[in-house]
Design a protein around this ligand. Structure first.
Ligand SMILES: *[C@@H]1O[C@H](CO)[C@@H](O)[C@H](O)[C@H]1NC(C)=O
Ligand SMILES: *[C@@H]1O[C@H](CO)[C@@H](O)[C@H](O)[C@H]1NC(C)=O
Ligand SMILES: *[C@@H]1O[C@H](CO)[C@@H](O)[C@H](O)[C@H]1NC(C)=O
Ligand SMILES: *[C@@H]1O[C@H](CO)[C@@H](O)[C@H](O)[C@H]1NC(C)=O
Ligand SMILES: *[C@@H]1O[C@H](CO)[C@@H](O)[C@H](O)[C@H]1NC(C)=O
Ligand SMILES: *[C@@H]1O[C@H](CO)[C@@H](O)[C@H](O)[C@H]1NC(C)=O
Ligand SMILES: *[C@@H]1O[C@H](CO)[C@@H](O)[C@H](O)[C@H]1NC(C)=O
Ligand SMILES: *[C@@H]1O[C@H](CO)[C@@H](O)[C@H](O)[C@H]1NC(C)=O
Length: 293
């Protein structure tokens, strides 16, 4: 929304194609690039060409597949035997990530355990499956950028997974939230790399000068084929000082979980009070009894 020329940079725009194929994506695909959302549409392109023309073999993006080839794939096999559900990967490990300014100042901090839930066509099972994969923090690197009203965090796990988070700051209300999430996944059982994004999300809402914390599991639904499960999350995309998290604002889920111990504690305290009062009354009575004798 700027009339000026804006330069943005990213390590990935989610266009992945096999060598000797043309990348094709007719659908409008919003991609998080730096602090901006760039929408690509009607794309056909090829890198590392061997001839003078685009290769007739195509790598079709996920968005196009879902409205052209999605109806054909489940012709008969989908009604066949229920294929074995992949074993769930267990709770993911927490990773610590940060983004620095060009002058080396930390401007975004995140601690979180992430689990991706992608619906894709399985090469081995020859049908659409739901695959749940944990992000491995020790194989994941972080990058990104910070602008006055937007901040991007890009997590890259080798060449398998690339996740981008876009946070925006509302300067009127001084509150921030997660607006955009995009993913590129090239997992072993996929027939083609998976990519999707949504830039109209409203998750992880926090106040400027505070961090957002949610220890409970949260599911961030991105679209029908992708959702992200977060655990033990703390994030602060704006207003970092001295490279440390500011005071945390706890999510409602955590507050609800806190409520149970509080209720139990209050009940126990009440019980102790009742016993104490009963004891005092009893003592007073027996004391009074002694006096009359
Ligand atoms: C960006 O521009 C569009 C069209 O000009 C407008 O509808 C929208 O409200 C603007 N958004 C912001 C955040 O200024
Ligand atoms: C791509 O095509 C070129 C020329 O036809 C061939 O030499 C090369 O092996 C191909 N690469 C792959 C990965 O198929
Ligand atoms: C996959 O399923 C399709 C449609 O049922 C079938 O035509 C094809 O032969 C299957 N391929 C494999 C490798 O099983
Ligand atoms: C680094 O840059 C940010 C904004 O780009 C600025 O607020 C901060 O003061 C700078 N820090 C140093 C040490 O120059
Ligand atoms: C993955 O997503 C599917 C469809 O939204 C859902 O049914 C399933 O429970 C999810 N699995 C996990 C582990 O979140
Ligand atoms: C990463 O962590 C996992 C589980 O904690 C461990 O099994 C694996 O060996 C580690 N990999 C590397 C490269 O450190
Ligand atoms: C920013 O917050 C104000 C006050 O809550 C709200 O009226 C406005 O619509 C918000 N702006 C954007 C771009 O979301
Ligand atoms: C993007 O997210 C919004 C808000 O959660 C949702 O209403 C919308 O359907 C999503 N877009 C797609 C393409 O799924």
């Amino acid at each position: 929304n700027s009339t000026a020329v804006v330069t943005v940079e990213t390590t990935s725009v989610g266009m992945v194609a096999r060598v000797n194929t043309t990348y094709r994506c007719f659908s409008a695909s919003p991609v998080i690039v730096g602090g901006a959302i760039v929408t690509f549409s009607n794309v056909t392109m090829e890198a590392y060409m061997t001839g003078d023309d685009l290769s007739p073999n195509e790598s079709v993006c996920t968005a196009d597949q879902s409205f052209t080839t999605a109806p054909p794939p489940p012709p008969s096999t989908t009604t066949a035997a229920p294929a074995p559900v992949p074993t769930p990967p267990g709770t993911p490990n927490q990773g610590s990530y940060s983004v620095s300014n060009s002058n080396g100042t930390v401007c975004l901090l995140a601690r979180m355990a992430l689990q991706l839930n992608i619906s894709h066509f399985s090469a081995s099972q020859n049908k659409t499956i739901q695959e749940v994969v944990n992000l491995l923090p020790n194989q994941t690197t972080s990058s990104g950028s910070c602008d006055p009203t937007s901040a991007t965090l890009v997590l890259t796990q080798g060449s398998a997974t690339n996740l981008s988070f876009l946070f925006t700051l509302n300067t009127t209300s001084n509150r921030y939230h997660l607006t955009g999430l995009s993913v590129v996944a090239a997992w072993s059982d996929m027939t083609a790399p998976f990519n999707t994004s949504n830039s109209s999300l409203d998750y992880l809402r926090g106040s400027l000068g505070r961090s957002y914390m949610c220890s409970s599991e949260q599911t961030l639904a991105v679209d029908q084929s992708f959702s992200l499960n977060t655990f033990q999350l703390q994030v602060q995309p704006f207003g970092i000082s001295r490279g440390q998290f500011a005071q945390a604002e706890e999510c409602l889920l955590d507050q609800d979980n806190m409520l149970i111990p509080i209720v139990v504690g209050a009940a126990l305290a009440g019980l102790v009070l009742i016993v104490l009062i009963a004891y005092l009354i009893g003592r007073k009575r027996s004391h009074a009894g002694y006096q009359t004798i």
